[in-house]
Design a protein around this ligand. Structure first.
Ligand code: 0O2
Length: 221
């Protein structure tokens, strides 16, 4: 069984991948600009780093199979939402929702779906904020709306997810129960670390603000 059966398919496969790559460039640049603007105005970067990737053909086929769809270009475009993927890694959970709002306010992006796995973590313990958006790609004689999945998470959540992803693949989804349990425990630790880091950051900012106010008032007197 092959994903691509004839020359027409090869051609449309190339066109589709060209669109997804273009969509990644558009969204990637947009997010960099938002981050730079934030740095310029607030002297702070909500995005620690940005990763982009297009899903491999193997992984696309695997996902279609898993969900019971026939392998075709049409099904892939319709049912695989994360062919173009952007991952935004932030320092604090508060950055995640701020970024989500900023993305939602971009008038050229359409938000198709939001999955908040922070408010409702997966049973694996997975936490992340997913936004499925579409971005218009302007071609010489048409405009094509192309889907991009944006995953927003903290450094700690990303650390957990990348380890869990590796383990999941190593065991092909059948990890022994004690390993899954320990991973869920780690996810709890990640959550409390994130909470602690957020409140510590708030305390630091408050402390600096108070010192600054004191400095100004002693200068005045
Ligand atoms: P990969 O290798 O990262 O590309 P789905 O629920 O997967 O059938 P959908 O609608 O795309 O379909 O789901 P979702 O939940 O919005 O996004 C799926 C992606 O989120 C996954 O892509 C992972 O990147 C990530 N993800 C979801 N659940 C978990 C989890 O339990 N652990 C980890 N580590 N990542 C998760 P893929 O295609 O599964 O994999």
């Amino acid at each position: 069984e092959n994903a691509i059966k004839n020359y027409e398919d090869v051609d449309s496969w190339k066109t589709i991948m060209f669109l997804y790559n273009s969509a990644l460039k558009e969204v990637g640049t947009k997010l960099e600009i938002l981050n730079d603007e934030f740095q310029h105005v607030h002297k702070y970067n909500p995005i620690e780093h940005i990763k982009t990737r297009v899903k491999t053909p193997e992984s696309i086929v695997k996902k279609l199979r898993k969900n019971g769809y026939e392998i075709s270009i049409e099904n892939m475009v319709k049912h695989v939402n994360d062919i173009a993927g952007v991952r935004l890694i932030c320092s604090f959970t508060s950055d995640i929702y701020q970024l989500g709002e900023m993305i939602g306010n971009q008038s050229d992006l359409k938000v198709l779906a939001i999955k908040d796995y922070i408010k409702r973590p997966k049973t694996s313990g997975y936490k992340s904020y997913h936004m499925l958006v579409s971005v218009p790609i302007f071609l010489s004689d048409s405009v094509v709306d192309t889907k991009v999945e944006i995953q927003i998470r903290t450094i700690a959540m990303d650390f957990w997810a990348s380890l869990e992803h590796k383990i999941y693949y190593k065991f092909e989804g059948n990890a022994p129960e004690y390993i899954s349990r320990e991973l869920r425990e780690c996810a709890e630790m990640v959550s409390s670390l994130d909470e602690k880091m957020l409140s510590l950051n708030r305390a630091i900012l408050d402390c600096l603000r108070e010192q600054e106010e004191l400095r100004i008032s002693t200068k005045r007197n």
